[in-house]
Design a protein. Structure first.
Length: 307
């Protein structure tokens, strides 16, 4: 701490400190200053009295999430979907990154990377209408082309809860895996080529190179990305679960998650304190999960732990 008051330190690193200033200000204004709003989760907000003047209600706002009959459903859906997203996206992204690294044509590699990244850049509204073009009862591609060709009856997809766990996983993977694969590809490209040359001399095939060299060397990146994903395991992609499903009430048993449930409740009740309590609950659980998983990783491999 004493170095912060040293004039020589400021003179020596003034250029670097000026470069650091915009990011630091953004972090303070966007991430830390709003944390004072955590108090809203424990208050019965009255806009006439203001945030600090509103009545303190303690943990009453949190009871909304746990006392409702849908608490188990939204918690189950949120956790299971996110577990599926983490595992499937990890496997697909690492696999695609390895395949992309094997493409020798630079032009072809850039083309494939751009095509895979494109869905990640689409807004969820665009994705929802693309999905609707496939699943629409009246003009959908599946009902009018694919199912008749297979000899199957058309389905009213937006009234069939049992098919949506598969649809949502497919859509999420299609949208996210391109970005993740590029992250892992960057890690693979940075590996020393001498490892692979030595493996070829020893007679190792492609499979052994992937399993004995590539995967172990990019494991720190895999662990970091997985830990960050686990930290958001109680958060859901609101657009995916609300807009892609067209907010259909008949399929909410398999598509309702914490975020969409709180949003619908906020529209009906207008309870700001309840929605803030839900956000705090999600953040707290995510923080604890990161600490626990990092502790487990640290127990087996200290160098691969996040901290």
């Amino acid at each position: 701490m004493l170095v912060l008051f040293d004039r020589k330190f400021w003179r020596k690193y003034k250029v670097l400190l000026l470069m650091l200033l915009p990011g630091t200000l953004y972090l303070l204004l966007n991430n830390y200053l709003p944390m004072f709003g955590v108090a809203i989760a424990f208050k019965n907000i009255n806009y006439a009295k203001g945030i600090w003047g509103s009545d303190w209600v303690g943990f009453k706002n949190f009871r909304f999430l746990f006392d409702t009959q849908d608490a188990w459903i939204i918690t189950r859906n949120t956790l299971l979907y996110n577990f599926a997203f983490i595992i499937i996206n990890l496997v697909c992204a690492v696999g695609l990154a390895i395949l992309l690294n094997e493409i020798r044509s630079r032009l072809a590699a850039r083309f494939y990377q751009s095509m895979m990244l494109l869905p990640y850049l689409f807004s969820t509204v665009v994705v929802s209408y693309l999905v609707f073009a496939f699943l629409s009862s009246d003009y959908g591609f599946l009902n009018h082309k694919v199912l008749p060709w297979l000899g199957l009856e058309p389905l009213n997809w937006y009234n069939e809860p049992k098919v949506w766990p598969y649809i949502l996983v497919i859509v999420n993977t299609w949208k996210s895996v391109g970005y993740l694969s590029i992250v892992y590809l960057a890690a693979i490209i940075g590996l020393d080529k001498e490892y692979y040359e030595a493996a070829v001399i020893d007679g190792a095939g492609k499979w052994h190179q992937f399993t004995r060299i590539t995967i172990p060397l990019i494991m720190p990146i895999i662990i970091i990305m997985t830990l960050l994903a686990i930290g958001k395991i109680f958060y859901s992609d609101f657009g995916l679960f609300y807009q892609v499903t067209m907010n259909s009430g008949t399929i909410q048993s398999t598509t309702s998650v914490v975020d969409t449930y709180v949003y619908r409740a906020l529209l009906q009740l207008g309870d700001t304190g309840m929605s803030s309590a839900a956000g705090l609950y999600q953040s707290a659980v995510g923080f604890v999960l990161i600490l626990v998983v990092n502790l487990v990783v640290r127990k087996f491999s200290k160098e691969n732990a996040l901290f």
